[in-house]
Structure formats: structure tokens, C-alpha cells
Design a protein around this ligand. Structure first.
Ligand code: KIV
Ligand code: ZN
Length: 512
């Protein structure tokens, strides 16, 4: 006998809360489409009331995604809930996710409310939400550090008001697997109407135990929904990682005895897409999706795997999408093959003209690089959609001169609001000179807090993918750029980060 484990993905909401991971509407739509292909049960698309931009993203995702339930987070107040319900109107299946802190610390210091006030607000907010939508999730924020007696009172009341899912967040990543599992079990046993709701786990990874805690919440506590993110993206040390939790439950079905609706073949594509979009590089030894996750280096292991795969492998690389990562296109590939690959990668281009532009860039890349991998195509499409989004800054061309013993010089031509400008500078190295050349015009004053280069597909022939993290006036953004020339990739990444800083500043200004 098995029952189903619901996979609730919050990459676009909790994941986006990591510093610098903010995404544009198009980027979120692309990720949402991949999550739908992955057959995620619930997609938390954003926090509609937090900004006009977030509202539009939730709405746009609710309009196009048909196979997954679309959810918006909302504080437990009428304004937030109405706004979230409005954004979710186009959804075929929508969910409101209300949260209100219940730990003594949060109630006293953050909310400045008494427990009785919190109890009342929780109850009334669910009552209000239930009039707008049938599918209501309630999260007592910092639930794991809350007094169990108080939590029982609140949860019983919100289930009575019609909450259909109860999520118990370990907001600060403080839990220990066995204790968290028993915490949930205890709540379910004590609350008389607990069987009227699906129980859910939501664990942060501050002590590196988010996946273990979530699994304990399922196995010991009886939770039947796991909240997680692709690559474990999230604030601080991140959230429970979707790929790990899914593969644990699938691989150890003998132990968990649960069904999962996820199409695991789509896992790697989702991981790559999120990493390329946010600039959060996946560590090589990351379980399931890291470059080394299925690489056997030691002779003994290689020998064993060749003789019988299961000597050292508990999962098949192809089952999580590794074999799909083959070289797909090259110089001789035609427009139709390119268009077909875009479809397979879930990239929806708005018009034939957009496909033509992307195809021209693809041909240009194929002239410089013989093997074009999926990652190359995704990087190229990101570039194309940035250009399409009428961003403030756009890369045009770059020349630089560097020679041993001489100070490098760079000249970068780029657009500012559609108008070409030229910046020139020297620097410590060609990358430094190029970014300084851009700054001679932009004068952003932003501080660079991270610069990293990654080879997209392994060899030196690969495109370099550069991530630049900038910080300015309390805002942190990541820009990503790809090109076979890493100096060009760096300039693109820098301009992309400047665009994100600009759009964040615009959003703040728009909110007054
Ligand atoms: O970590 C947390 O408590 C949350 C809630 C809003 C569910 O993300
Ligand atoms: Zn969270």
C-alpha cells in the first residue's frame, strides 16, 4: 500500500529570497514551465502583495501553467489575501498560502502581538481566505520553535475555519530530524481535527539538515507534503532541496512506501535552468545534480561499475536527466532542429522573429564552438531575452589588449537606453579593465561582492559562464553572462547585474 507525497516547489518564492536571486517575469515563467514539465504538484509562484512586480509574475504564471496548482504566499491579513486571490484568478487550480508567526520570540519581538491576538488573526484570516478560495494552506511561521500547546490551539482553529493544508516551518533551520518528526507526530495526535488537513514540512538548511528533517517529518510525523526548492536555493543556507528529497523517496521506496508524481528525467534540466538564471552555481559534489554526482574516479569503483552497475550506483544517472545532456546541435543544424530543441528545453519564444534572432546567435556561436550543448542554448536564450526585455544596458562589443608586463587596456561598446556609448579603461587584468570601462560611463558605485567563472560544458572550448554579484544601497543582485571569451562573458554579466539593480531601484520607486 502506498500513498502520495505532494511536492510543493517554492523556488520562485522562498528560493528567490536568497540575496541576488531575484528573477524577471520571463525568467520566472521559464522556470515555472520547467517545474510543470517536472510535474511538481504545487508551484509557489511568489508573494503577490509584496510588490506590483510579484503580483504580475504570479498572475502571468497562473495564466499559463495548467498542470500544477499555483500558489501565492500572503500575510494573514485581508489586503494581502485579496491581492493574492486576485493574482491567482486565472489559475486552473489555485492555492492561498497564509502565514503568521506563532513562536513567543516572533510574536513578542517582531509582531508585537499577544498570543490571543495572533490566535484571533490566524482564525479570521483563514475565514476570510476561505470565502475566496477552497484550497488554503496555513503556516505558523517559526512553527518548530513555537510552544506546542499554543500551536495546537491555533492549528485546530484554522482547520475548523477551513484550512486544507497545515505547514510546519522550521523557519530558522534549528530542527534535528528525529525531534522534528516527533514534533509533527505529536501535533497530529493531539489536534482533534488534524485528519481534516494535509500536513506539510518546510525546512531551512542552516545546520545542513533540511532534507533529513523533511524526510523525518514525512516518515515519523506523517506529513504528506514537502516544501522544497530546486538546488536547495533559498535564504542563508537555503531550503530543502527538491532533487534530493525526491530521489531519496524514490530510491528508498522500500522504506518510505510513498508515490511521487515527479518526472525525474526533468530534474537536471530544472537544476541547470535555475542555476543559469540565478547565477547560483551548483557545487560539483552536490547530490543528484552536481557534475561529479555520478562520476567514478577511483579505479576500484570504475571496475566495479563496469562489471555490475549497482556495485557503486544506487540511482541511474539517466533517470535524473543526465543522458539527455548530450551534444545536441552543431554548425550544420538547421532552424527547425534549433526550434525543436528550444521546445524540448521548454523555451517559449513569443514570435518567429525572436526565434530568428536566437537562431542567428546560435549560428554565430556554432562558428566559434563546434559542439553546442543544452546549456549553451539556454545561455544564448537568456542573452536574447535580456535584449528583448528592453533593458537599460546592453552589450555590443569589446576589445582589449593584454600582454605580459603591460597594464591591460579595454574598450567596451554598450547601449544605455538604446543609445550606443563607448567606455575605455585600464585595469589589473583584462576583466578588471573591461568592467572599469563600463563603470566610466555608468558610475553605479556598486560594490562587487562576488565574481565567479564556470565552464558551461567542461572543456576549454566551452563557453565561460560568469556570475557577478553587485551590492548597492542595500540591494544585492546577481548578473550572469556567457560567451566563449570570458572577458566578454564578464562584461555581459556585469551589464546584466546593472540591469537588475536598475529594475530593483525602479520597483522600489514605483512602490513609493
Ligand atoms: O520559512 C518560513 O517560515 C516560510 C514561511 C513563510 C512558510 O517561508
Ligand atoms: Zn521558508
Amino acid at each position: 500500500m502506498t500513498d502520495k507525497l505532494i511536492i510543493f516547489d517554492t523556488t520562485l518564492r522562498d528560493g528567490e529570497q536568497s540575496p541576488g536571486a531575484s528573477m524577471t517575469r520571463d525568467e520566472k515563467l521559464r522556470i515555472a514551465r520547467q517545474l510543470e514539465r517536472l510535474k511538481v504538484d504545487v508551484i509557489e509562484a511568489g508573494f503577490a502583495a509584496s510588490s506590483n512586480g510579484d503580483f504580475e509574475c504570479v498572475k502571468a504564471i497562473a495564466e499559463v501553467i495548467k498542470e500544477s496548482t499555483i500558489c501565492s504566499l500572503a500575510r494573514a491579513n485581508d489586503r494581502d489575501i485579496s491581492r493574492a486571490a486576485e493574482a491567482l484568478k486565472p489559475a486552473r487550480s489555485g492555492r492561498l498560502h497564509l502565514f503568521l508567526a506563532t513562536s513567543a520570540l516572533h510574536m513578542e519581538k517582531k509582531l508585537r502581538m499577544t498570543p490571543d491576538q495572533v490566535f484571533e488573526q490566524a482564525r479570521l484570516s483563514v475565514r476570510f481566505a476561505r470565502n475566496l478560495m477552497a484550497d488554503i494552506e496555513f503556516s505558523p511561521e517559526d512553527g518548530y520553535r513555537s510552544d506546542p500547546d499554543f500551536l495546537c490551539r491555533v492549528i485546530e482553529a484554522v482547520i475548523d475555519e477551513g484550512a486544507t493544508t497545515i505547514n510546519v516551518p522550521d523557519t530558522v533551520g534549528y530542527a534535528i530530524p528525529e525531534l522534528y518528526g516527533h514534533f509533527i507526530k505529536n501535533l497530529r495526535e493531539r489536534i482533534p481535527n488534524s485528519d481534516k488537513a494535509v500536513w506539510s514540512v518546510h525546512c531551512h538548511n542552516d545546520l545542513g539538515m533540511a532534507v533529513a528533517n523533511s524526510l523525518a517529518g514525512v516518515k515519523i510525523g506523517g506529513a504528506r507534503q514537502v516544501e522544497c526548492t530546486i538546488n536547495g536555493l533559498g535564504e542563508r543556507a537555503g531550503n530543502c532541496s527538491l532533487e534530493e528529497v525526491v530521489m531519496a523517496v524514490k530510491t528508498r521506496k522500500d522504506y518510505f512506501a510513498l508515490d511521487i508524481g515527479i518526472d525525474t528525467h526533468q530534474i537536471l534540466a530544472a537544476s541547470r535552468l535555475v542555476s543559469q538564471t540565478t547565477g547560483f552555481v551548483v557545487q560539483p559534489n552536490k547530490a543528484v545534480v552536481g557534475a561529479n554526482a555520478f562520476a567514478h574516479a577511483s579505479g576500484i569503483h570504475q571496475d566495479g561499475v563496469l562489471k555490475a552497475r549497482d556495485t557503486y550506483e544506487i540511482m541511474r544517472a539517466e533517470d535524473v536527466g543526465w543522458s539527455a545532456n548530450k551534444m545536441v546541435l552543431g554548425k550544420l543544424s538547421g532552424r527547425n532542429a534549433f526550434k525543436q530543441r528550444l521546445l524540448e528545453l521548454g523555451v517559449a519564444m513569443e514570435s518567429e522573429a525572436d526565434i530568428n534572432n536566437a537562431f542567428i546567435k546560435f549560428k554565430d556561436l556554432a562558428d566559434r564552438k563546434s559542439d553546442i550543448f543544452d546549456e549553451d542554448i539556454l545561455a544564448l536564450v537568456s542573452d536574447e531575452s535580456a535584449a528583448h526585455a528592453n533593458e537599460q544596458y546592453g552589450f555590443v562589443s569589446l576589445s582589449q589588449h593584454s600582454e605580459t608586463g603591460e597594464r591591460p587596456q579595454a574598450c567596451v561598446i554598450f547601449t544605455v537606453a538604446g543609445k550606443e556609448v563607448k567606455g575605455e579603461s585600464d585595469g589589473n587584468g583584462p576583466v578588471d579593465a573591461s568592467l572599469k570601462a563600463i563603470e566610466t560611463h555608468v558610475k553605479s558605485g556598486a560594490e562587487m561582492v562576488l565574481y565567479s567563472v564556470n565552464a558551461i560544458s567542461g572543456s576549454t572550448e566551452s563557453q565561460g559562464e560568469v556570475t557577478v554579484r553587485l551590492q548597492n544601497s542595500g540591494r544585492v543582485v546577481n548578473g550572469v553572462g556567457a560567451d566563449p571569451d570570458i572577458v566578454v562573458a564578464s562584461a555581459k554579466a556585469y551589464l546584466s547585474a546593472l540591469n537588475k539593480l536598475q529594475s530593483k531601484a525602479d520597483r522600489v520607486a514605483a512602490q513609493g
